[in-house]
Design a binder for this molecule. Structure first.
Ligand SMILES: Nc1nc2c(ncn2[C@@H]2O[C@H](COP(=O)(O)OP(=O)(O)OP(=O)(O)O)[C@@H](O)[C@H]2O)c(=O)[nH]1
Ligand SMILES: [Mg+2]
Length: 289
């Protein structure tokens, strides 16, 4: 990407404090990530922020992701001693596992309390980068639209507790990104999914890069979606985007393609799963970084 991305350090720092201040009363942190970016979608600062608090990793939006790759990632994490469960707040897949897996992580404590005649209300904190579905998961678990959700980052502003009858309490938190990315390629993957506000991104450059990723990883899907018959294997991102724009009739005066419009359309269609079930990174790719 053209320059280093900047994102509201003030707001993010405030959320970090909110998480740290509430951590004491939490039993388990549910770290939610977007199944389309199972690696870049984790905030590396969480290890530092969450310390040794039991953590359940949840890959949400599994309905949008590439199933083979989701399984590869589950294996990859498993090999590193981390359990991840794939879920979808849209289809309901895996939702009923969230509480039981979280409980499993603190089973000994629950049993100890039970011996003393106390029932423990499980206190969970939802944490993750922006737009991954933290609030949606709370709404799914409570069965009502008690927290605001939206298809853009930064919807949740402050903390909010929600209770599941007699059973558990859930704390929603705003999404936070690390203050900076060591590798801009990781930031770019996040931007593809919409976790970073488009206002601070050059969407045209981002889209070129996306076209190249799709060219190398999901060529069939890309060509089918935009009815491209040409061999695009040797084309650059901007040439592919130009082809797509022309296909869609995004032509301005002088016969040129409106690249900005084409760029926004391709990003929208990726995020809306119109191009196909796409996961934007594989374990092998990450190990090569
Ligand atoms: N397809 C699909 N969309 C989902 C899923 N979960 C959430 N979404 C959508 O993703 C968008 C973001 O969801 P939110 O619940 O607002 O995400 P959040 O993590 O609370 O976001 P912030 O509060 O902005 O950090 C919304 O448009 C949701 O409808 C899912 O499993 N599948
Ligand atoms: Mg939210």
């Amino acid at each position: 990407m053209q320059n280093t991305l900047q994102w509201y350090p003030g707001h993010m720092a405030k959320t970090r404090r909110l998480i740290e201040d509430n951590l004491k009363m939490i039993d388990v942190v549910v770290e939610i990530l977007d199944a389309r970016v199972p690696y870049s979608g984790r905030n590396p600062n969480f290890d530092d922020i969450l310390k040794n608090k039991p953590r359940l990793l949840v890959m949400n939006k599994a309905d949008l992701a590439d199933k083979d790759r989701t399984n590869q990632w589950i294996e990859w994490y498993r090999a590193r001693g981390i359990k991840v469960i794939p879920i979808s707040c849209t289809t309901g897949q895996g939702i009923n596992k969230v509480l039981s897996e979280a409980r499993e992580l603190v089973r000994e404590r629950i049993e100890r309390d039970a011996q003393k005649g106390r029932t423990r209300t499980l206190k969970l904190m939802m944490a993750g980068i922006p737009n991954v579905g933290k609030s949606s998961l709370i709404n799914r678990l409570t069965g009502r639209a008690g927290t605001k959700t939206g298809d853009r980052p930064g919807v949740t502003k402050g903390k909010q507790w929600m209770r599941i009858k007699g059973d558990a309490e859930l704390l929603d938190t705003p999404g936070i990104l690390p203050p900076k990315f060591e590798d801009q390629r990781l930031a770019e993957k996040l931007a593809f999914t919409g976790a970073i506000k488009d206002e601070i991104i050059n969407t045209e450059l981002l889209s070129y890069s996306l076209c190249e990723y799709l060219r190398d990883n999901y060529r069939e899907e890309l060509c089918a979606r935009y009815k491209i018959k040409d061999d695009i294997s040797a084309l650059q991102g901007y040439e592919i985007l130009e082809l797509i724009g022309r296909r869609r009739g995004f032509v301005i005066s002088g016969g040129e393609v409106d690249m900005e419009r084409a760029a926004n359309m391709v990003l929208d269609e990726l995020r809306g799963c119109k191009i196909g079930n796409i996961t934007l990174e594989t374990p092998a790719e990450i190990e090569d970084l």
